[in-house]
Design a protein around this ligand. Structure first.
Ligand code: CO
Length: 300
């Protein structure tokens, strides 16, 4: 369990963040039901994360059917779960900036897509098994690709897992769902979010409309109300993504100021990622800490 690259204080924070993210994922999986509101679900999940002493590392992402990632509901854009929906729930928690990122897929009331969901889950387990110092990014992608194609589905080739650091969800290493040419090696002490995506579609996502998730870009000379909101966002969420609905308390005009800040390049708004062939998509994800023996799964 001990990892020399990570001191006990950091390890403790990573373990707590991962455990809370995992508990939040299980709560979410149990509470997706026909007729349920996605907004009510994500608000309950985010509240659970905070009640356990962590903060959200990003807004809970809900991906229904062909929507793969980057949608979070708001009052204006809420959706209701319908029977047969394939629902991905992607959750991030952090303790003092140390993140845990985890996801699961539930099919609402039917079992038409169990094999696709299991393909993503077993690809994740096989990849976790092989992670240790020296494993290459390319080899991890190859294992994921073979597990998913072997089950009769396609991996999504332009979505990846990622290395993480304190207050940083994308610390430089991208972990593909396919065998690519990246010979970079995994190192002890790295925190990795491994997240295979399987689909019945084309195996690719395209960007759609904006999904209600933002990230700070750069401070710029701006009218005072915008500068105030910028610094409040910075102190509330740091470098982590945030939801428009989290900003209601930060400024009375937030709904008009956020679009202005996007146009000024001070924040960016993530497009919703949609499967190119409108195929159903499943996702499984855990965060792991690489140690000498292999890795410690943080989000079980
Ligand atoms: Co992730």
């Amino acid at each position: 369990m001990r990892t020399p690259c990570v001191n006990d204080d950091i390890l403790d924070k990573l373990v707590r963040a991962g455990k809370i993210a995992g508990e939040a994922r299980e709560f979410a999986v149990e509470n997706v039901r026909t007729g349920g509101s996605a907004l009510e679900l994500v608000e309950a999940v985010e509240e659970l994360i905070r009640s356990k002493g962590a903060e959200c590392a990003f807004p809970v992402n809900i991906g229904v059917n062909e929507v793969a990632a980057h949608y979070t509901p708001s009052k204006e854009t809420d959706i209701t779960f319908r029977i047969g929906d394939v629902v991905k729930i992607d959750i991030g928690a952090h303790v003092d900036g140390y993140p845990g990122d985890t996801a699961a897929t539930v099919e609402v009331g039917t079992r038409n897509h169990s094999a696709m969901v299991e393909a993503a889950e077993s690809a994740l387990e096989m990849c976790i098994e092989m992670v240790s110092p020296g494993t290459t990014v390319s080899a991890m992608g190859g294992v994921i690709e073979r597990a998913i194609t072997g089950a009769g589905f396609k991996p999504i080739q332009n979505l990846t897992g990622h290395s993480m650091e304190r207050f940083n969800l994308h610390a430089g290493l991208s972990l593909p769902n396919i065998k690519n040419r990246d010979r970079s090696a995994i190192k002890e002490g790295m925190i990795l979010a491994i997240e295979p995506f399987s689909t019945t579609g084309k195996g690719k996502v395209d960007g759609g409309s904006k999904g209600g998730i933002y990230r700070l870009m750069r401070d710029r000379r701006a009218p005072p109300e915008i500068s105030t909101l910028f610094s409040r966002i910075q102190s509330s969420f740091g470098g982590f993504p945030f939801a428009g609905r989290w900003c209601d308390d930060l400024h009375p005009q937030v709904s008009t100021l956020l679009p202005k800040m996007v146009r000024m390049g001070m924040i960016m708004s993530y497009p919703i990622l949609i499967e190119a062939g409108k195929g159903a998509v499943a996702q499984a994800e855990h965060s792991v800490l690489v140690n000498a023996a292999g890795c410690l799964v943080l989000t079980r």
